[in-house]
Design a protein around this ligand. Structure first.
Ligand code: UDP
Ligand code: MG
Length: 304
């Protein structure tokens, strides 16, 4: 059996279109499938529309969350309910073509891949968004040292055992493409060109995107802490040279040392310390959040 997980948040205008395209795509692979649609606390008619999809086809199941938890949490919720031998993930705005799932499935079955993900060779989105995601992918793939992280998102398919390992990673700041790469096994990709969303506004606001990016970087790299260590070291070396300079001035009797150099170094050390405290604070905050052990999502109801 094949499972498909789709998170949706205030997507009332495209549920019907999504339903028919997904249904056709899934039926073309085989009759034995389930689609788990996760309503991430929508405030419009999304849940009602999802229920009508369920009425039309009982293979479409709904997980309704108690409030908006964000799309990484919504995916995680749906994946917890998936029972298939292979499990696919698809955005609900039709930016990832459901028709490609068949190709991913064939690749996984025929070539023995545990994970097959979509790689965007072309994106039809706003220039600023493309630039932002490009910079992020570049920085992230450098820092995380994970392979093939450029231009990949959530759109993917994985085997039962890969999913099992994936879900065993219980961290709260979840960047799913990173966790998926972390899981390992034999991973492959299919290339596709990513259109803009079918209808409606993007539900990932700039703020949510930037937060996700920072989550990814902070949870997969220790570079932020190293930056403060290195800048602290550089500061110490500079102060050492400044001291020698001042001492020579004193001994030579021409003491060119005035307030400015002292004030400058005080400011310098002060700012290095501030940056360091800020970054350390971020990590302490994360440790605090992990120890709180809050659930990643809370399910309101499951319609099977
Ligand atoms: N989404 C969600 N919860 C949110 C934000 C988004 O479930 O808080 C869903 C949204 O309905 C869509 C998918 O996640 O199906 C991707 O969202 P969007 O298209 O806004 O993201 P982007 O394409 O900008 O990554
Ligand atoms: Mg989108």
């Amino acid at each position: 059996m094949l499972s498909l997980v789709i998170p949706v948040y205030n997507e009332e205008v495209l549920i019907q279109e999504l339903f028919s395209r997904v249904k056709i795509a899934m039926e073309s692979i085989g009759p034995d499938f389930e689609v788990i649609m996760v309503d991430d606390g929508s405030t419009d008619a999304t849940l009602k529309n999802l229920e009508s999809c369920h009425e039309q086809d009982k293979r479409f199941k709904i997980v309704s969350l108690s409030r908006n938890f964000g799309h990484q949490a919504a995916y995680t919720a749906g994946l917890n309910y998936a029972k298939g031998d292979f499990i696919a993930m698809l955005d609900g705005d039709l930016q990832d073509p459901p028709e490609l799932i068949g190709e991913m499935y064939q690749k996984a079955c025929n070539e023995g891949f545990d994970i097959v993900y979509g790689r965007r060779i072309k994106r039809h989105e706003h220039f600023s968004k493309k630039l932002l995601t490009r910079i992020f992918h570049l920085v992230f793939s450098r820092l995380s040292r994970l392979e093939n992280m450029k231009q990949v998102g959530n759109f993917s398919l994985m085997s039962k055992r890969a999913l099992h390992s994936f879900l065993s990673l219980q961290e709260k700041n979840r960047y799913l493409p990173g966790l998926r790469a972390f899981v390992g096994f034999k991973q492959g990709y299919v290339d596709y060109s990513r259109p803009d969303r079918m209808k409606g506004e993007a539900k990932m606001s700039l703020y949510k995107l930037v937060t996700l990016g920072l989550d990814a970087i902070f949870s997969f790299s220790s570079l932020p802490v190293k930056i403060c260590l290195y800048s602290g070291l550089i500061g110490v070396i500079l102060i050492f040279f400044a001291l020698i300079y001042i001492l020579i001035g004193k001994l030579g009797g021409y003491a060119p040392v005035g307030w400015s150099s002292i004030i400058l170094s005080v400011y310098f050390i002060g700012s290095v310390q501030l940056v360091s405290i800020g970054i350390l604070g971020e990590y302490v905050y994360r440790i605090y959040k992990e120890t709180q052990n809050r659930p990643i999502f809370i399910v309101n109801k499951f319609i099977e």
